[in-house]
Design a protein around this ligand. Structure first.
Ligand SMILES: Nc1ncnc2c1ncn2[C@@H]1O[C@H](COP(=O)(O)OP(=O)(O)OP(=O)(O)O)[C@@H](O)[C@H]1O
Ligand SMILES: [Mg+2]
Length: 406
């Protein structure tokens, strides 16, 4: 998992600030937090007040007492050995003399990274699973799938914290699907990413009666909105630290924030249907994901609106795309629409229908036995050339074992 390191800089000397920013941004996985905030920040570069050093040391003590995991780098143009000793005693981790040089900064960052990796490896073992749900096209049922998978997991595992996030900034309406009021959402959390912490996150999440925690996008469909680069990684990392499962409705547009979520996700569920234009889009999206070097084990394809008489079409599509369809969600427009119009999940609104049963029974295999059963297995070239086959060729990877669809 790519966990970003958030860095804040509190420095009057502009030259020092710029040099440090430049050196940090050349390394991977760093995010420079804007403003002076230290909430949810991993490292702070702090300039010594050379006229009132005790003032700086008091500040260090205060910061570390409220955020013990924060690492403070101190910088100054002059420093005597007595002050240096005192700085380390109050908890400063590194000292960087001014002017900053690569020879001083890079080894200090490398030491910090080693300590950081040690601290986070234990946490990441317990970190929750991020499951990104993305549609190959608008209207294929992405929001229905994301919502009902999340609710089904929550219903099956009452005690486990589960979250559902609406990242469809082009018209997300999951609040309506669940009938939960959500005036604030991702846009609120990312306004000042440097201040984002667990308290702010928890106060923005809205609880659904099933126990599911919901986070709206906060966007109006007609806003021309973009999240700051890096902010989605930060939000995901915080979300997974307090939830066992985090489902994200990514909509169907591969914009930069969706790409960040796909990067940090443990599993990507592609929602498709069995119509020719949609199959063609599925092929294209699979190609893009393969080109972005996502491992095939991370990608799962599910067919929505599946009809019983489409068995042969599924087999043919699998061969053409070179992937296995891990889930076949029954077509039931009436139940699906009624559930949306009543703001209720399918498992509550129409629990006995085959579509609701699919969610209740299929979700475990789809997300749980992912590596074994549900992941994409890229398969070989099409054998026969039907109408579908003549329309386009396979994504073209080697044949894998074919697990059965849910
Ligand atoms: N399994 C299904 N069978 C029949 N209809 C379905 C099924 N799943 C979803 N639908 C219907 O498809 C329509 C679109 O669903 P949904 O809003 O979930 O799609 P979407 O891909 O999120 O759309 P958008 O691109 O607008 O965000 C809805 O009317 C919904 O009721
Ligand atoms: Mg949607």
């Amino acid at each position: 998992m790519a966990r970003l390191i958030a860095v804040s800089i509190d420095c009057r000397n502009e030259e020092v600030r710029r040099t440090f920013e430049d050196m940090v941004s050349r390394r991977l996985h760093y995010l420079i937090a804007k403003g002076q905030g230290t909430g949810a920040v991993d490292m702070l570069l702090l300039e010594l007040d050379e006229f009132r050093p005790q003032h700086t040391f008091d500040r260090v003590r205060q910061l570390l007492s409220s955020a013990p995991d924060l690492e403070i780098f101190l910088t100054a143009s002059r420093m005597d050995s007595q002050l240096l000793l005192e700085a380390f005693r109050v908890g400063v981790k590194e000292f960087l003399p001014q002017p900053l040089t690569r020879q001083d900064v890079e080894p200090a960052l490398a030491r910090f990274e080693a300590r950081f990796a040690g601290k986070t490896s234990g946490l990441e073992l317990q970190a929750g699973k991020v499951i990104a749900v993305i549609g190959v096209r608008g209207g294929v049922g992405t929001s229905t799938v994301a919502t009902n998978l999340a609710v089904s997991v929550q219903q099956a595992r009452h005690q486990e914290p589960v979250a559902l996030i609406d990242l469809d900034i082009h018209g997300g309406d999951l609040g309506l699907f669940l009938d939960v009021p959500a005036s604030q959402g991702l846009t609120h959390l990312t306004k000042d990413i440097s201040r984002l912490d667990e308290t702010i996150l928890r106060s923005t999440l809205v609880r659904h009666p099933s126990g599911l925690q919901f986070l709206a996008s906060g966007c109006d469909a007609y806003d021309d909105f973009m999240f700051e680069p890096g902010s989605m990684m930060r939000v995901m990392s915080l979300l997974r630290s307090i939830h066992r499962h985090v489902f994200i409705d990514c909509g169907h547009v591969l914009d930069p924030s969706v790409r960040e979520v796909l990067d940090s996700a443990d599993q990507i569920i592609l929602v498709t249907t069995l119509s020719l234009p949609v199959i063609r889009r599925t092929k294209r999206l699979l190609e893009l994901l393969a080109a972005a070097h996502y491992p095939s084990s991370k990608i799962t394809v599910v067919v929505n609106r599946y009809e019983k008489d489409q068995k042969d079409l599924v087999a043919e599509t699998e061969t053409l795309l070179g992937v296995h369809m891990a889930g076949l969600i029954p077509n039931d427009y009436e139940s699906a629409s009624e559930a949306i119009n009543h703001g209720k999940p399918l498992t509550v609104m129409a629990s006995r229908t085959p579509i609701a049963q699919w969610y209740l029974r299929g979700v475990g295999q789809l997300i749980g036995d992912h590596a074994e059963g549900a992941a994409v297995s890229f398969k070989g070239q099409a054998k026969s050339l039907s109408f579908l086959g003549r329309c386009f060729s396979s994504v073209g990877m080697e044949v894998g074992r074919k697990p059965s669809a849910v």
